[in-house]
Design a binder for this molecule. Sequence first.
Ligand SMILES: Nc1nc2c(ncn2[C@@H]2O[C@H](COP(=O)(O)OP(=O)(O)OP(=O)(O)O)[C@@H](O)[C@H]2O)c(=O)[nH]1
Length: 388
Amino acid sequence: MDKTPVFVLTGFLGAGKSTLLNRVLADPAFGDTAVIINEFGDVALDHDLVRVGETKIARTTTGCLCCTVGSDIRSTLHELHVLASAGEIAFGRVIVETTGLADPAPLVNQLIPGGAQALGLRDNLVARNFELTGVVTLVDIVTGELSIENHFEATKQIAFADRIVLAKTDLARDPASVRDIDSLKVRLAGLNPAALIDDGHQEGFDPAMLFQRRVYAPSSLGDDVVGWLALEEAVRGDSGHGSEPNREPTASSFARHGARIRTFALTRTDPIAREAFGKFLSLLATSAGPRLLRVKGLVQDQDEPDRPRIIHVVQHAVFPPTILNAWPSEDRRTRLVFITDGIDPEPVRQLFEAALNGKPGKAGRALGKLGAKSQKPSGRARANWHAP
Ligand SMILES: Nc1nc2c(ncn2[C@@H]2O[C@H](COP(=O)(O)OP(=O)(O)OP(=O)(O)O)[C@@H](O)[C@H]2O)c(=O)[nH]1
């Protein structure tokens, strides 16, 4: 019997993974897809943001998949397998959406033959029933170059891909931006000459093709990939990855990403004034720039409290909010999740409160504490891709 194909969907923070996944899941042909979404933060949000239709099965893991991978991915696949064997669910494909900070090496290592050793019946069942058949990496043309420069995870995500998709190419409206895309493509081809590179907005691009069964062979992706996989095996014993297969994943498990990476959440029960909130986001994005890796959240708007607004900030870029017609769950609080590089939660919280309460003096002091070095985004990021 054919093994169930597993696809890894990765890409740096905010690259557009969930957007692409939603596009694919809207296709009725993907009704037999089980989705594993990995949350990185204490306040679960992604399962509210990915639309999963009736026939889809979603499992959300907490913590960062590459840090909790020994306990997480195989046990989640095992759980899906047990449910399918009992006739409770049926699926013919699995898509694992990683966090944007995920290092794909440990994940791939758990899923390929000859990778991480099977430690018991559970792992053997997973190996017998599932097969990694593709790694799809999204690269955002707005922040991709900066992410590659500043975060090694982004480089590894590109190197492990057999398919790369350029996201947000619809935002390239002038000749300079188009030239930037060409030079990004050259850089990607240098990092991974074997992967096919698609433009997610080119005519005729069909995202469904990214998730068709094929052979995923890491050895064809070059010496770096082979070396990183070998390194995984070597460090597994030392790091605890895989050596404690039943270790509980924790939301703050992000040991691999260095002490500077922080994740925290802000919540608020009262509805929020739209203008004040916009001010908060633009002050934060302008002053923190690339150190503000990601903000996403659901906001209860004062004027339209029944229609939550989904907000997205990716480094310096604030994206237009999406407005939902209803709250996805009972929880109607404003919930914002932050992933930062060297920014502490407290000044962000102070800026939030000051902006919402109309206290410019306090907002100024909070900005000072943010260590607002006002890092100017370089290169492509200088282009005015998006007004806040
Ligand atoms: N214009 C445009 N915006 C996009 C595109 N893809 C994603 N976005 C926007 O970029 C923001 C982030 O997109 P997501 O799909 O949430 O990104 P993600 O990679 O899932 O984010 P994380 O899970 O936090 O890493 C959202 O505001 C999206 O609407 C695209 O192709 N074009």
